[in-house]
Write a protein that binds this ligand. Structure first.
Ligand code: SF4
Length: 349
């Protein structure tokens, strides 16, 4: 049985004291998303603010303390709705990959997450003006030259949108928007066990759910607040058997003691019964992070063991050495080839 909602401790705590305070930009009050959330939490104290950046970008915030009890800020995004894809994703040449930032920060707390270096605050910002995003997509599609490449727009970037779906309803809105607007697909990347939040929708090939899986030894040590491996896998299996295309991500692979056995077992557990018709592809990657983000993460999380590993710093990117990356990727690829063809495996190296 799928356990829904956000299982782990601090997420549960956060929802058990549901949004005692919600910050709302004056400019975001009239959007349907804002109204829906405020109606859902009628006892919350609403604090109106002019601009989320005044609150979110303040200096000298304590990221670790905020992470224990993040506040929600409902804001209006005023520009830059679509960005070019990151150098760190594994998309092939046949796809033009873009992303949009609908939410800043995440309910979960992964030790290796770049958001800790990207933002000075652990509070959650949700942009409520979805129609402006939709208009931007329509304009973007109409302005593109006649490329035959598939357009994949990641909507769960800089956050885990599905983890927040029962509060925000934003994934549902995007899937509905997509129905009437051909010419692009969306990717919803998640570590959540929250598929039930959109399970009633009709599956479409144009929505790619990308589930990131880690073996229990990694999940317990480096993924605070994230649903356990079994729950995530059960959700991915349920989504696949319901007819949605699925991407499975082993990313980042963290080489802990016994990592080969742990990942080999995870691969076996994942694909032993996977409905392969629904498997779009599998991505494999190792830890990598923009050097500036890494420096800021090290300041914000000085107790984090990952910060002190012997990383390579090459061209402003912190990662394993070339040999380490290839050792990890080669091992995972070898394991995956027991179940899936090579053209479905994408690695970052
Ligand atoms: S689930 Fe993703 S976005 Fe959320 S903390 Fe973990 S790595 Fe970051």
């Amino acid at each position: 049985m799928i356990v829904t909602l956000l299982s782990p401790i601090f997420v549960v705590n956060w929802l058990n004291k549901p949004l005692s305070h919600i910050y709302v930009e004056h400019g975001a009050t009239d959007y349907a998303t804002t109204k829906r959330i405020l109606e859902r939490f009628p006892r919350s104290e609403i604090i109106f603010i002019d601009d989320y950046k005044d609150f979110f970008n303040r200096r000298n915030q304590n990221f670790e303390a905020q992470k224990l009890s993040p506040k929600l800020i409902l804001a209006k995004k005023k520009s830059d709705y679509i960005y070019d894809g990151s150098q760190f994703v594994q998309e092939g040449d046949e796809t033009d990959y873009f992303y949009t930032a609908l939410m800043l920060n995440c309910l979960y707390d992964c030790s290796y997450c770049y958001l800790q270096g990207m933002f000075s605050s652990a509070n959650l910002v949700l942009f409520a003006n979805l129609d402006d995003y939709f208009t931007s997509v329509i304009n973007f599609l109409s302005e593109r030259d006649d490329s035959h490449k598939q357009i994949l727009l990641s909507i769960s970037h800089d956050c885990d949108l599905l983890a927040f779906e029962k509060v925000s309803g934003v994934c549902r809105e995007w899937i509905r928007f997509l129905e009437d607007h051909p010419g692009f697909d969306i990717e919803i990347r998640t570590k959540s066990a929250n598929f039930s939040a959109i399970q009633d929708l009709t599956p479409t090939d144009r929505v790619l759910f990308a589930w990131t899986l880690s073996p229990p030894i990694v999940e317990e040590r480096y993924e605070k607040g994230v649903p356990g491996t079994r729950l995530r896998l059960d959700n991915a299996l349920l989504a696949a058997s319901s007819g949605w295309p699925i991407r499975i991500c082993f990313d980042p692979v963290i080489p802990v003691d016994g990592w080969r056995e742990a990942y080999s077992s995870l691969v076996e557990q994942t694909f032993r019964k996977f409905p392969m018709k629904q498997l779009r592809d599998v991505t494999v990657g190792t830890f990598r992070m923009n050097g500036d983000y890494f420096r800021r993460m090290a300041q914000a999380r000085p107790s984090e063991e990952l910060v002190y590993r012997d990383w390579e710093n090459k061209n402003g990117v912190i990662s394993h050495t070339f040999d380490e990356r290839h050792e990890i990727n080669d091992f995972l690829t070898e394991q995956l080839l027991n179940y899936i063809p090579s053209d479905k495996i994408r690695t970052w190296s």
